[in-house]
Design a protein. Structure first.
Length: 351
């Protein structure tokens, strides 16, 4: 809370009127009223007496909280997503800036805000490369990359490596890569889960293992897609198809989001410039985008507190826009028949 909110809350808890509090402190009632409305603030010489009167301390009164908690950060990220959905990305971005000004040293907030804003923009009709906020988001990653928290720093550097690589700034990307830590010789999460199990906390132990499974198998699937992409660039299309099929089977076995498999099919069809397979993949991919992924309905992830995710519906407008953009010649091979527009028209209602 801000100082005006704290003054009002503490005054009401004490049962004082504004007039009484003004009398106790030797100021006017309108002055107290202005404090509570954040029109003006108490003189610094009044702060010791004010804290004693309200039964608090200066740290609380001045909102000296070093960082947001993980729970507070998660709640704020949900607010950002909701604001973007209802009021647009501009509102979400300004909310993020205000919160980061309030907690400028909270590295986990900085990283998660950057990740969320970039994800929201990528899923919108705006092209993230041309978005006015792209430079601001990259600056957030740069600040987070200097964090004393290794997890935050490593994740931020990984995001920056991807950006420098895409811009073909290979020397900078390699420098950041060399700063990343090597994999440790032990698995902390596995040890933690074993400890929780021995302590009898099976719920927590299962949650840790399920998070580990989801994270690692998502990494495996991503790696398979990357290998398929490399095989396409090497013109080894049959190998690319085999790798894509393995990735799809991995998704089925481990209850991952179905849509990823269809996206892989579509990317392979684009690489081959195969209109029949491309349109077929779209017919599967677009309905899958509109379906919620429910990870905690799977026995693999039933202890996780993950909500049903509708990220596909956020991605849909950008995908439709990209496919309909006639200046994007990558999909010209699909536009030769009228079937592409017929398929897309069926999904505009969801935008």
């Amino acid at each position: 809370m801000k100082i005006n909110e704290i003054i009002r809350q503490k005054r009401l808890e004490k049962g004082y009127t504004q007039e009484q509090m003004a009398s106790f402190l030797g100021v006017s009632a309108p002055a107290v009223n202005k404090w509570e409305k954040a029109i003006s603030y108490p003189d610094i010489t009044l702060l010791p007496a004010l804290t004693r009167l309200l039964g608090t301390d200066l740290n609380t009164l001045l909102s000296f909280q070093d960082d947001m908690t993980k729970e507070e950060t998660a709640a704020f990220i949900n607010e950002l997503v909701s604001a973007a959905d209802t009021e647009g990305i501009d509102t979400a971005f300004h909310m993020a800036q205000d919160k980061l000004h309030e907690y400028p040293s909270c590295d986990i907030l900085l990283l998660n805000t950057a990740l969320t804003l970039e994800g929201l923009i990528a899923m919108s009709k705006d092209n993230v490369q041309n978005c006015q906020y792209a430079a601001n988001i990259e600056e957030m990653y740069t600040r987070a990359s200097k964090s004393c928290d290794p997890a935050v720093s490593t994740h931020a550097k990984a995001m920056l490596i991807s950006k420098h690589r895409n811009r073909k700034e290979f020397d900078t990307a390699r420098k950041l890569l060399n700063e990343l830590p090597d994999t440790t010789l032990y698995n902390k999460k596995q040890l933690e889960a074993s400890l929780c199990q021995e302590e009898g906390d099976l719920e927590q132990a299962a949650q840790i293992i399920e998070e580990k499974i989801l994270s690692e198998i998502s990494g495996v699937q991503s790696a398979l897609f990357t290998l398929a992409e490399m095989a396409v660039k090497e013109n080894c299309l049959s190998e690319a198809e085999q790798l894509t099929e393995i990735a799809k089977e991995t998704a089925r076995l481990f209850d991952l989001w179905d849509c990823n498999s269809y996206i892989a099919d579509f990317q392979l069809a684009v690489a081959r410039q195969d209109p029949d397979k491309g349109l077929s993949a779209l017919k599967n991919m677009l309905p899958a985008l509109c379906q919620e992924w429910k990870p905690n309905c799977s026995p693999l992830y039933r202890h996780l507190s993950m909500k049903e995710t509708n990220m596909g519906t956020r991605m849909l407008p950008g995908i439709l826009n990209e496919l309909e953009d006639t200046e994007n010649h990558e999909y010209d091979f699909l536009r030769k028949s009228g079937e592409l527009q017929e398929i897309l028209d069926n999904y505009h209602f969801a935008v």
